[in-house]
Design a protein around this ligand. Structure first.
Ligand code: NDP
Length: 242
């Protein structure tokens, strides 16, 4: 009988993270559903998946450390981690505030260190295979007008992912990134409509992706069959240039 895997999904209250949590639970995994703070949305995905709720701000290093050390002490290290929590604060560089730069970098890129630093050693100490999947973006590969801060954070995540993959390869823990294109979630519903239409024209499949499209790619990288795939970036963009 195979042991049920525990997988932490950050940013599981909405959008892509929610779809990933739902997909993993359907596949039989025990999901730790994470959000910034307790909310009805988080309770609803927890009850749908039968998962346990964890809340902390991924930009707050101390809060991450306290919550994750407590989690490991009570329940042990998870098999897998999906880093999905992220945000945007778009605008041209000439008008970008200090706050918009700092918040995006501290959350998207800082979150990588803040969440993985307390988790990686205990994952190694499980002496078993493991998985880490990081949500980057096609914007991190090719850039995007009005997203200097966001693209920098997502490009940084690719460098961090590839480096950590090298550090963990001999431990049988794979580390990969998924780089979605334009996916229909709250994040893109607030985009400038002109920018949205411009990107749409560049997508060969002529549609935005669905959160489930990304969840499928993440589930693949978490699967047993993907045990020899590490240090990769898998784009999910309907053919959008990468
Ligand atoms: P949403 O805005 O729909 O959801 C974002 C999630 O991240 C929410 O669960 C939110 O929690 C959480 N979150 C944001 N900031 C923090 C924080 N400081 N601490 C804890 N949790 C936080 O985004 P998407 O589902 O669209 O995006 C998910 C990931 O995919 C992001 O990393 C994004 O950059 C990436 N991505 C998305 C694309 C798209 O087109 N949608 C394209 C490429 C990449 P809360 O509900 O509490 O705010």
């Amino acid at each position: 009988m195979s042991v049920r895997r525990t997988i932490l999904v950050t940013g599981a209250s909405r959008g892509i993270g929610r779809a990933i949590a739902s997909r993993l639970a359907t596949d039989g995994d025990h999901v730790l559903v994470h959000g910034r703070a307790p909310s009805e949305a988080l309770s609803s995905i927890a009850s749908e998946t039968g998962g346990r709720v964890l809340t902390f701000d991924v930009a707050d290093r101390e809060a991450c450390r306290t919550a994750l050390e407590g989690e490991i002490e009570s329940h042990g290290a998870p098999y897998g981690v999906v880093l999905c929590a992220g945000l945007t604060a778009d605008g041209p560089l000439v008008g970008m505030s200090d706050r918009d730069w700092d918040t995006v970098l501290d959350t998207n890129l800082g979150g990588f260190f803040n969440v993985l630093r307390p988790l990686v050693l205990p994952m190694i100490q499980r002496r078993a295979p493991g998985r880490i999947v990081v949500l980057s973006s096609i914007a991190g590969l090719v850039g995007n007008r009005g997203q200097v801060n966001y693209a920098a954070s997502k490009a940084g995540l690719i460098g961090a992912t590839k480096s950590l993959a090298l550090e963990l390869a001999s431990r049988r823990i794979t580390v990969n990134a998924v780089a979605p294109g334009l996916i229909a979630t709250d994040m893109t519903s607030t985009m400038d409509p002109i920018a949205h239409d411009e990107i749409m024209k560049l997508i060969p499949m002529r549609r935005a992706g669905l959160p489930a499209d990304v969840a499928h790619a993440v589930a693949f990288l978490l699967s047993d069959g993907a045990s020899y795939i590490t240090r990769e970036v898998l784009t999910v963009g309907g053919g959008l240039g990468s």
